[in-house]
Ligand binder design. Sequence first.
Ligand code: AHR
Length: 509
Amino acid sequence: MSEHGTTSAARFTLDSAFDVGTVNPRLYGSFVEHMGRCVYTGIYEPGHPAADADGLRQDVLALVRELGVTTVRYPGGNFVSGYRWEDSVGPREKRPARLDLAWKSTETNEFGLGEFMDFCGKTGMEPMMALNLGTRGVEDAVRLLEYANHPGGTELSDRRIADGGKEPYGIRMWCLGNEMDGPWQTGHKTPEEYGRLAAETARAMRQVDPDLELVACGSSSSSMPTFASWEATVLQAAYDLVDYVSLHAYYEEIDGDRDSFLASAVDMEHFIESVVATCDHVRARLKADKRINLSFDEWNVWYQKRPNPHPVEEWQQAPRLLEDVYTVTDAVVFGSLLIALLRHADRVTAASLAQLVNVIAPIMTEPGGPAWRQTTFYPFAQASAYGRGRVLRVEVDSPTYATARFGEVPLLHATAVIDDEMGDITVFAVNRGQTDALPLKIDLRGVDAHTLVEHLVLADSDPEATNTADRPDRVTPHTATGTAVTDGVLHAELEPLSWNMIRLTRRHA
Ligand code: AHR
């Protein structure tokens, strides 16, 4: 802030010669876990008026397509560490109901692997399959791979064909377990135990198909006591055999400290940079050429400290779990987390928003009722639609504000993506300030973008505003006023507590 109480301008310069890297479309992935109502009454609800012949809700499918999700991690999460994949295939009436230890729910297996592949096919999403390395191991991983991907002529691949999967599923990305460092995880392991199991599983899977892309479990959060040494030990054991290490992070406002919450991406960027450093340290130690990339395969805002407002019984089917309702403030933080991922697009080459429907999700449904977009839907959909191409290096010169957790933090958090083919530039920017508009100046002469296409904003006079079944469109993006390009410089005012997408082009209007 200036001494007169007005916020001085934030600024940065774009130059097409200075980039971070090209966005891998897999950055816009999501996650479907057999948990709560993500699957049952979320994506799958036979008998719902919008359900298709396979029980998939077409209203939800339409929203998933609109969201622009590219990949989908499945079937967990903590659930996967007790998953018996063979329970989820074959004739439905023969599939057993099982106890799901992770969420203390009953899993009916009515929706299984074949139904998931059908869901992927109908939405154009790439499957990213997680393996149970909690209660199971190498043999089971290879059996599932054979069932899913082998063309035919073996007991398991022929079983898939008999189950209706004539063509191999061709699943390329596989997660070697989930959060195996967490004491809550069924079959939790030490880094030495997990590193060896991940390496042996990966080796066997590559004997079936050397071209698979394999994700080793990193820490379940950067606050774990074993963070970084876990990654180093696991990678030391499995470096040559895996392609990615995973990262998971969830953020929430704690004790009313909104200023720190708005700066959550500071933590996320630090986390990413620490994992990159750890991967590259092991690379140096092993004198390896190959680089390990990052799969940020669980990220979101999640109010873990809030009690569940819904009554839930033990071993219930599809209980209401983690049905967080997101505010405008949450969407701004969420957008900032997306910006953090894009700013590291050179190494974060896959990511999964956890989760997709009903469970800490951008899409909500009511059983027998409507489906609607949460506030967080919009930053994701816009980033997926327009955040494709090369991420340009953005060094912001911004006024700062004080936070209890992160010290002085820039009010502006931003990134820019250039689509070289079309000559379009998209800037994603967040104003973390809660009270004042933030003037923004972007020098565009290095990208030769002179035409403003649009400036869309997600902000509201009520930062607690949400979308609900009754008011599904209470919060939607609106067009900013006053944004203009003059003499190669973009001038805009970012509303307080706002997510912004500014699209520019080299083409003439
Ligand atoms: O996404 C919810 C849960 O969070 C996942 O099951 C687990 O992997 C993580 O702890």
